[in-house]
Design a protein around this ligand. Sequence first.
Ligand SMILES: *Cc1c(COP(=O)(O)O)cnc(C)c1O
Length: 464
Amino acid sequence: MRYISTRGTAPTVSFDEVLLVGLARDGGLYVPESWPEFSEAEIATWKEFSYTKLALEVMFPFVSDALSRNELKGIIDDAYGQFETDKIVPIVNIENEEWLMELFHGPTLAFKDIAMQFLGSLFDHVLAKRSQTICIVGATSGDTGSAAIAALRNRKNINAFILYPHGRISDVQRRQMTTVIADNISTIALEGTFDDCQDAVKSLFNDLEFRDKHKLSAVNSINWARIMAQVVYYFWAALKVGGPRQRVNFAVPTGNFGNVFAGYVAKRMGLPVKQFIVGSNSNDILTRFFETGRMEIMDVQPTISPSMDIQISSNFERLLFEVYNRDGPRVADTLHNFRKTGILAVPMNILEKVRELFNGACFDDDETRSIINKTFIEKGILLDPHTSVGLAAARECRLGISEPMLVLATAHPAKFPEAVMRASGSRPTLPKHLEDLMLREEHINILVNDVELIKDFIEKRTLE
Ligand SMILES: *Cc1c(COP(=O)(O)O)cnc(C)c1O
């Protein structure tokens, strides 16, 4: 499989280049040249497969020009060894045909582990094969950074630097990063906001000399390999509730649109899905888009589901590319305009196409807490705030109750203990492997928001 850019002018590249480069040279995102397809009969034969065996079937067509089946199998086995359950993603019934996909049993308690653990193992393999090293630099508002650190720690050919906004992430999130002891990992507590962290990372990448010297690379959610690893659990969950003969629905709490786009890919590959429902918090730019066909950037509002406090859903570009019939220049035009004016508008026929599959609803913090409370009182299930937004959206947008509704549970409630405690009156407990997290020694490196100081810091640590 070769990869093309959503903006149509970058050269096509192989899978390992997509992995290492991330963003295409024309500013677009990479997508496969065509979607691999499976028949319903073929998908049905995977019903009894383990998660890792299924992952091999679903992902192999995307990587076959870069890896052998056996290599991919090794990478997958390495990636999913550290999960709390060998089911990897347990599917739990709420009531009737309403199900939770528990995506939070990885090392850092959020769904991002599923793709990130795979990415760590994949990087390791590909870099060793090419005798290359890289330096990962990333900004995090909490979950991505800890997932990246857990996945990249002690990987021989990788150095990683993760920037987070000092004093602006939760204690659990910070400790999941600052208590990790590994020579190849450094965290930077930047005196600034998450946006300052992102801007600092952008400046590092824009300094081409520095970028080439240190072989900078990224693990953010625009990396195709992360999306690809997430496609697997859509197949997995559908197979557990009667698919592929039974059509299913998914409800996804959404920020960057990466997770739900992976679901769309599963559908394009042959999985029968009726609806994708997108849940947003008060940052409701996507919900408004599904209503009006218009996106308009506003200020980011802080909520109790911070991993969805996002205005620009970067992976939406991949869906736009599909509904524009893969017209790259048209996507480029639309997005340049969006950056310039803060407004993205699509014609009615395009909006109709999007609406055939997608719908969305948004909920403020009070509504989010109320669903957490109700689900705990009635079912004894503790939801984290992100999952709660997803469940609320599922109930609001569902078109019929006979088909299964799979709600993606994206974080463990103990990752957001204060919000969950306040909503439910019950304090969620950390799983065993993190029981002593609040007692572990932290290593905090506070830096002033100055790109030169960050560069010095990286230089020193890489040479050591
Ligand atoms: C990152 C994250 C999301 C949003 O996922 P996207 O792929 O950005 O849509 C939702 N919930 C949790 C807990 C997250 O960490």
